[in-house]
Every structure is written in C-alpha cells, then in structure tokens.
Design a protein around this ligand. Structure first.
Ligand SMILES: Nc1nc2c(c(=O)[nH]1)N[C@H]1C(S)=C(S)[C@@H](COP(=O)(O)O)O[C@H]1N2
Ligand SMILES: [Mo]
Length: 499
C-alpha cells in the first residue's frame, strides 16, 4: 500500500501541471477552450433538464462552482488511477492521461464557435501530462535505486509550482482580457421618468428597488464571461425578411434610444427565489430594428436569436412585437452593459421569462417558425410560450427567524409585468384572513413593487404568507407548480418564531 500511494500522487500532480498550463494557454487564446471549462460546459449541455433543475434547487447560484469542482474531482480521481497504473506500465498510465485530454479536446471543439486554435490547450496538456508523469516515474526509480529522495522532492516541488503558475497566470490573464472597454453611452430620445425612492431605507431587509449591476442575478449556460468587442460586434437580421440587414455597433447607437425600468425574471426561479432583478435599460426598440429588414408575418412565428457563441433563444414573434417595450439594450442602470449581462448588446422584453426573451451577447435575429428551428431550451423541452407569472416574495423576516415580540415589519417585492403591474399585495398570518399590505412607490407596470405590512407579533411559532393581485385584476394563483416547463407558481409562505 505504502509503495503505491506516491504513484497516485504522481498521476494527480502530472495532471495538475497539464491542466494548469493548458488553462494558461486557453487564457491567452480563448478562455472558453480551457479543458475544465470546456468539459464543464459540455456536461451542462448534456445534463437532462430534471437533473439541472434539481442542481439549481440544491445549490442555487453555487451550482456552477459545484459543477466545476465535480469535474475536477472526477478528473483527479482518474489521474490517480493513471498514476497507479504507471507504476507497472508507464505507457498505459500515460495513455489514460491522453484519454482524458481527448475528452477535453472533443468538448472544446464541439462548441458552436470553436476554432482550430481551441485545440491548443489540449495539445499542451497532451504533451505536458505524459512528460511530467514520465519524469516523476524516472525520478522515483532513481530515488529507490540510490536511496536519496532529494531529486524526487525537488521535481515534485517544481511541478507543483508550474501547476500553480499556470492556474493563477490563467486567471490573471483572463481577468485582464475581460476588463470592460469603455463606450460612450448615447442619450435616450425617450428618457424614463425618475425612479421614485423605494422603501430601501424604511424597511430594513427589503430588496432594493433598483438592483445594482454587481448584485443582479445571472443565469448562463456557459461557465466563463465572454469577451465580445464592440468593434467586432454586428447584428444580422435574416430569415423570413424582405432584405437581410447587418448593423454595426455604431449604427445601432445612431438609432433612437429608449430607456425603460423593467424587472427581469428567470423561469428557474422557485416561489420566493432570488432569480429576479429590477434595472433601468437603455437601448433601441426591437421593432425599429426588425423594421429595417421588413418581416414576413405570413411565414414567421418566432424570432430565433443567436448569441456570439451560437447559443439560441426563441421568442414568440407576436408577443415581442405587440407594442410592449422590447429592447435591444446597450445600457443597464446608467452604465454600459456589464460583460456578465451581455456586453455589448442584449435583448430585454418585459413580461416574458429570460429564457425566451433576454438573449445576451446577441448577434443574430432570425425570423423563422417553431417548426423549422428549435432553440437551446426548446430542445430541452421547456415551454416556448412563457409569460412571467404574478408573484410576491417575502424578503423580511427570513424563514425560521427568531423575532422579539411586538411590532414586526414584514416586507418584500411583488411583480406582474405586462399585466398592469401590482395593484394589491396581501399578507396572511397563520392561515387567517388576507390583510392588505402597504405598497411602495410605483416604478411602472413592467417593474416590481415593494410592499410592507406591520404585524403585532406574539410569542409562539407563526406562518407568514403573501400573495399579489395584478393591475389587470388577476389574482396570483395558489396552485403549486415547479419551474419546469413554464415557471413556478404558488404562494410564498414561511415560518418564524417569536420569543
Ligand atoms: N446568450 C445567453 N443569453 C441568455 C442566457 C444564456 O445562458 N446565454 N440565459 C438566459 C436566461 S435563462 C435568463 S433568466 C437571462 C438572465 O439574464 P442575466 O444573467 O443578465 O440576469 O438571460 C437569458 N439570456
Ligand atoms: Mo432564465
């Protein structure tokens, strides 16, 4: 046993050096081609929807970290096996490492935007891994022969250092490359009204009326932050159009800009969940851009939008063009779009869940039919028609909180985009009657609304529930539904203890 353990470590170390240096090579060429990221993204794409939903429920926004961790753990386990095998059969051990590299290479090359250069990190790993393993095996045998471990330890230390330099160097290079470029944001022809002051200062623990960009939730199928330059960016409108049109970023900025406060919501948000945010978006009306190409409504029923990497989102054409404020956005809360949120251009369409409307890094709008072309999530059996459901969330107190008796302020947010906004929010204690909560200021029908309710809390354990009614007079449904396939529903209810 004792004699074997070092060999497992050699396999792991050889692999860490290979992965570290491959990561650095990827950072210098295309960060998305890094072996761990490429394999991770492929795992995401291949994971069946129910399992993905389970992972999002279990791990929340940590799901990506856990995914990358699991991929790494799996790789290192196989690496240890490769090391153990190398003890007797070096070539076979190296062969296992090469098989791992081959998986990474296939993953990197199977991305829609893959280029031949994306093979470079795998080539680096294919050379470094076996060479490092051979070096460790040789030094081990030498150490066994002459009884001195000095060279072996030095070799191990040098390889560990190389792995660290590769991994950290890759990080530094990637973060330098993903630094935002500065663009001058145009002024809107149609500015939004000043957003009223919300209840942020009045109700401790309530969600802020405007979500700061750095706190805005993120949902991506990819693991890295894309680097798309505004100079290389173009938007093509094609498919069932009178004439195909391609716009540059400057041409887009020259079009009339509108500014709107819109609350974005993810279909994967469970009742009471965090995947919702309110921001001020600046951009061009989607219909203005579509009109440049002239759409053939006798044929097309969907807008298939494609991001710079080939990821697709489909939007019902009739809903996107029914007069709502669908925007090709370049600005978010007075700043250019952050890279994480789609720099340089993304779609924002009020009232539709993000997965059928909010394409980030968008580069193509194809007018087509649901019969002819299927988008990423359509392929995975999610709904194609998914208006955002009316929802209310309790932000404070937190579930299972221990409270002092006396006046407790219950507060949260509610949203009913493209349904006339929020007309009423009601709170229920311990299954009793519904009482009207007080609404915060109105930020427009497509924006969420803060609310609060004073509750004279008495000792014991209590259940707090909330529901909303839309401006169109539609009450939020109490019927429970999971996020798949068209959004969660049900009442948000939580338990607290009053001392
Ligand atoms: N290119 C691209 N656009 C995308 C996604 C994506 O994975 N890739 N995710 C979508 C989903 S599911 C949602 S909810 C919103 C989230 O936008 P945000 O990350 O800016 O909050 O973006 C949408 N646009
Ligand atoms: Mo989403």
């Amino acid at each position: 046993m004792k004699a074997r353990l070092p060999w497992a470590a050699y396999g792991v170390l050889a692999t860490l050096v290979a992965v570290g240096l491959a990561h650095l090579a990827a950072a210098l060429t295309d960060p998305a081609a890094s072996p761990v990221l490429a394999v991770g993204s492929t795992v995401i794409d291949l994971t069946p929807t129910p399992m993905k939903e389970w992972a999002i429920r279990q791990f929340g926004s940590a799901d990506k970290t856990i995914l990358v961790g699991s991929v790494l753990a799996g790789v290192l386990l196989l690496a240890a096996v490769a090391g153990l095998v190398a003890r007797r059969r070096l070539a076979l051990g190296a062969g296992i490492l090469l098989a791992l590299v081959a998986i990474a290479a296939v993953a990197a090359l199977s991305r829609p935007s893959a280029e031949p250069l994306d093979l470079l990190p795998s080539l680096v790993a294919a050379v470094i891994g076996p060479v490092a393993l051979r070096l460790l095996a040789r030094t081990h045998q030498q150490a066994a022969a002459d009884g001195s471990r000095r060279t072996l330890l030095l070799t191990g230390a040098a390889l560990t250092a190389a792995a660290a330099v590769g991994g950290l160097g890759g990080r530094v290079v990637t973060s330098l490359r993903t630094r935002p470029e500065d663009i001058a944001l145009p002024t809107p022809a149609e500015p939004a009204k000043a957003l009223p002051r919300g209840l942020d200062d009045q109700v401790p623990g309530i969600t802020r009326f405007r979500t700061p960009n750095k706190d805005f939730y993120r949902v991506d199928t990819r693991l890295d932050t894309p680097v798309v330059s505004s100079e290389d960016w173009t938007l093509t409108i094609d498919g069932d159009v009178e004439k195909e049109v391609t716009l540059t970023f400057d041409e887009l900025l020259d079009m009339p800009m509108i500014e709107r406060d819109i609350t974005l919501t993810c279909v994967s948000n469970s009742v009471g969940g965090p995947y919702v945010g309110g921001a001020r978006w600046l951009g061009v009306r989607l219909t203005d851009v579509l009109d440049l190409a002239g759409i053939d409504r006798t044929k097309a029923d969907q807008i298939l939008s494609t991001d710079f990497d080939g990821m697709t989102i489909s939007t019902p054409l009739d809903l996107a063009t029914d007069g709502r404020d669908a925007i090709l956005a370049v600005g978010m809360n007075g700043e250019q779009l952050p890279r994480e949120h789609g720099f340089p251009v993304r779609m924002v369409i009020p009232g539709l869940y993000g997965f059928i409307s909010a394409t980030k890094w968008v580069t193509r709008l194809t007018l087509t039919t649901y019969d002819d072309q299927k988008a990423y999530w359509t392929d995975r059996d999610w709904a194609t028609d998914a208006p955002i459901k009316i929802s209310a969330r309790i932000d404070t107190p937190k579930a299972l909180a221990q409270l002092d008796p006396g006046d407790v302020v219950i507060g949260g947010v509610a949203w009913a985009q493209e349904r006339g906004g929020i007309a009423k929010v009601q709170v229920r204690i311990d299954g009793g009657g519904w009482e009207d909560a007080q609404l915060g200021p109105d930020g427009g029908d497509d924006y969420w609304r803060q609310w609060f309710h004073k509750w004279p809390a008495k000792s014991g354990s209590h259940r707090i529930a909330v529901r909303a009614v839309s401006g169109d007079g539609e009450p939020q449904t109490a019927v429970r539904a999971e996020p798949f396939p068209n959004g969660a529903s049900g009442i948000h209810e939580l338990l607290v203890t009053v001392k």
